[in-house]
Design a protein around this ligand. Structure first.
Ligand SMILES: Cc1ncc(COP(=O)(O)O)c(C=O)c1O
Length: 374
């Protein structure tokens, strides 16, 4: 291509040129194609290994005949059901095409090139992308080194130190991906209550349902007290609907009104809306997924201990394990038909992030790890 044809590169919006694209987990079909193998397993994207629940599947099938119609732009049923679940008014809810969409909408509402967003080292990779795409400045607080709080976890004091007059957003992942670290109620509430009024705080609770830790807060119950708080959740994890892309934000109605102005009118498709409504009723599938995740996490971490591998204690459905040379180990596991997630792009080259799978998948991963690390 001629350089004249490439002159559009000079026109790119500030921030976009230098963006590092999000690196998704490798799809099973791609690995099988590349290596000419079958029976590959993927423990790389923190999906629910037990699939969607039967009620969600039945509801999804039922709406297929209506696909020539646009979905309801307001997602009336789903928004109402979520409002009921959280004991909030319907106008506190903003729906997204996954919670990534919601995070992006929030960034677009509050950030400009003159503004800053604060988040932690090792925080979820979508925050820097959403911030930088707008030409806004990311201020990254060093994570705990283990001396005053859990190593790799968000250091709220360090984050507070970076809040200044130009800060408009703070992103907090609780628990965080890829570290699995979490924040307790008192520390998080103190941090939020001390933020100046010109700063919005996003608490990303993508793994909320999985967490079983003392003093872990449900920040959706704090919305009455903090009008600058936005809580995000998703159907992609414990609800098992990652492929359908449904997430949501809960906030003060005035904030939701702003978010909904930027939101694309039909961002949650018809099948996703129907399945998510049904998934909220399928308490059995949710509870079973959570219980099996707990067993699977125990299986993985006790396996790591037996192999002499250090790991970061995680509150989610994944765990970061120290294998010393993460990329090498990742490649070796691919050869064994197992996809995990290297996290060198997070500045954690010694680690691999492993999603908790079914018992047979966890056992296969542990056996393969033992072979490749021997
Ligand atoms: C911390 C965190 N937030 C948000 C998301 C986005 O999930 P989704 O867009 O599927 O709702 C993820 C997905 O991995 C995540 O780990």
């Amino acid at each position: 291509m001629s350089s004249v044809a490439n002159r559009f590169l000079d026109l790119v919006a500030p921030g976009v040129q230098a963006l590092q694209p999000y690196l998704p987990g490798k799809p099973v079909a791609e690995l099988e194609r590349e290596y000419g193998i079958s029976n590959a397993i993927k423990l790389a994207s923190n999906e629910n290994p037990f699939g969607p629940g039967p009620l969600a599947l039945a509801a999804a099938r039922e709406v297929l005949q209506d696909l020539s119609r646009y979905p309801e732009g307001s997602a009336w049923l789903l928004a109402g059901k979520l409002a009921g679940k959280h004991q909030l008014a319907r106008d506190c809810v903003t729906l997204g095409n996954g919670s990534n969409d919601v995070l992006d909408i929030i960034a677009r509402v509050f950030l400009t090139p003159a503004h800053e967003a604060v988040f932690s080292q090792y925080a979820f990779a979508v925050y820097p992308i959403a911030v930088q795409a707008l030409g806004a400045k990311a201020r990254i607080a060093p994570a705990h080194d283990g001396s005053r709080g859990p190593a790799y976890g968000h250091d709220l004091d360090a984050m507070n130190d970076l809040v200044g007059p130009d800060t408009r957003l703070v992103f907090i992942a609780n628990p965080n991906n890829p570290t699995g670290t979490w924040l307790e109620s008192a520390a998080l509430e103190t941090f939020i209550s001390n933020l100046p009024a010109h700063v919005m705080v996003v608490v990303d609770e993508a793994y909320f349902e999985y967490v079983d830790k003392p003093s872990y807060p449900d920040t959706s119950t704090w919305l009455e007290c903090y009008p600058n708080l936005i809580v995000t959740r998703t159907f992609s994890k414990a609800y098992g609907l990652a492929g359908l892309r449904v997430g949501y934000a809960l906030s003060h109605p005035d904030v939701a009104s702003l978010l909904n102005r930027v939101r694309q009118p039909f961002n949650v498709n018809m099948v996703a809306q129907a399945a998510a409504v049904a998934a909220l009723d399928d308490v059995e599938h949710l509870q079973r997924s959570i219980a099996r995740n707990r067993e699977g996490m125990e299986q993985l971490v006790s396996g790591f201990r037996k192999l002499g591998l250090a790991y970061i204690e995680s509150a989610g459905n994944f765990v970061a394990v120290n294998v010393e040379r993460g990329l090498e180990c990742y490649e070796a596991l691919l050869q064994q038909g197992i996809i995990v997630r290297p996290v060198a792009n997070y500045g954690m080259p010694e680690y691999l992030r492993v999603t908790v799978g079914r018992a047979d998948e966890n056992a296969r991963l542990l056996a393969a790890l033992e072979r490749v690390l021997a």
